[in-house]
Design a protein around this ligand. Structure first.
Ligand SMILES: [Zn+2]
Length: 330
């Protein structure tokens, strides 16, 4: 089985987190920014743990300063992602890294990203949609401009609102204002929870933020009543196994709860999160799922149908992408 050629739908990525290290090093050199400390000897990103990962991530982001930088970033990311068979991708984009939450600046960055996305779609047959993201560890007040940017630019390219960053900062309910604002503007919602915070964080996120999808959500496994509730409500988990293994949210692949969650009826999907940081790709994720849990072509087809059904795109796009998932009949 060629895992690389399976057409894939990926829902949980962070645009800056997908930046190839060589691309970031190139930008840093162009702009005379010294971020040599964030790289390992092999040229990849180097970090010790989750908090250090966030610091390295933000240091890499300092090289991304203009809409043009984001145009180039988007193209570099889509070329890499399309090479692993991804035909539809959703990515978290943050107004905090694109003009500091200013709406006019945000629109310029967005236009540049959309331009690159359109070009990549025509050239590579991959569709990209953006989910505006508040950064949790910047605090509830700082997430309000992000939600406002989401509400004002919801449409063809921006199709959802969510929250990423340090999960242990505050409680989900502290961020309800931003999620309410986005919901009232019609945006579908997702939020990182249960990567570190355990079942209570997942339960509070569902109760207080009323999201349709949860980023990671794996901590729910410690409370089977909650798992059953998630399954019953049809909440979709954006599971990123390789990320969880590298950041040590789980002990290893064999301990990863994705299989147990799936067996219990939860709608699971698979994504790479920040692939170069975690030395992963969608091909590598599929290989490991096959090797660890015996997932086969049929399992991956179901996985991608679940992901497409949960995608935050419009129905025309969904129908178009569905065709790309059909097995080639030539
Ligand atoms: Zn994430």
């Amino acid at each position: 089985m060629s895992f690389q050629s399976i057409p894939k739908v990926e829902l949980h990525t962070h645009l800056e987190g997908c930046a190839p290290p060589a691309f970031i090093r190139g930008l840093a050199a162009e702009k005379n920014i010294d971020i040599s400390g964030i790289f390992a000897d092999d040229g990849g990103y180097a970090f010790r743990d989750f908090d250090h990962f966030l610091q390295v991530y933000e240091a890499a982001c300092t090289t991304l300063q203009t809409p043009q930088d984001f145009r180039r970033l988007t193209m570099a990311v889509l070329e890499e992602t399309a090479a692993h068979g991804v035909v539809y991708m959703e990515t978290f984009v943050s107004p905090d890294f694109c003009g500091g939450g200013d709406l006019a600046a945000w629109k310029d960055y967005l236009a540049a990203m959309k331009d690159a996305a359109d070009e990549a779609e025509a050239k590579l047959g991959i569709t990209l949609k953006g989910i505006v993201t508040g950064i949790r560890h910047f605090g509830p007040e700082a997430s309000k401009p992000a939600a406002r940017c989401a509400a004002e630019t919801f449409g063809d390219f921006i199709t959802g609102y969510g929250m990423a960053g340090g999960e242990m900062v505050g409680r989900p309910g502290d961020y309800a204002y931003s999620f309410d604002m986005a919901r009232e503007a019609g945006l579908p919602l997702t939020c990182h929870a249960g990567e570190w915070g355990g079942p209570s964080m997942v339960a509070e996120t569902l109760r207080d933020l009323k999201v349709a999808r949860v980023g990671h959500g794996i901590g729910a496994i410690e409370d089977l009543a909650l798992v059953d509730e998630i399954a019953e409500q049809g909440v979709v988990l954006e599971v990123c196994p390789g990320s969880n293994v590298v950041l040590k949210a789980v002990k290893g692949w064999t301990d990863h709860p994705i299989e147990k969650l799936r067996e219990r009826g939860v709608k699971v999907t698979v994504s790479t999160d920040d692939p170069p940081f975690f030395h992963t790709t969608m091909t590598a994720e599929y290989e490991m799922l096959h090797r660890t849990f015996g997932w086969n072509e049929e399992d991956f087809a179901t996985l991608n149908q679940t992901a497409l059904a949960a995608a935050f795109c419009d129905e025309d796009t969904r129908a178009r992408v569905a065709k790309r998932l059909e097995p080639a009949n030539d």
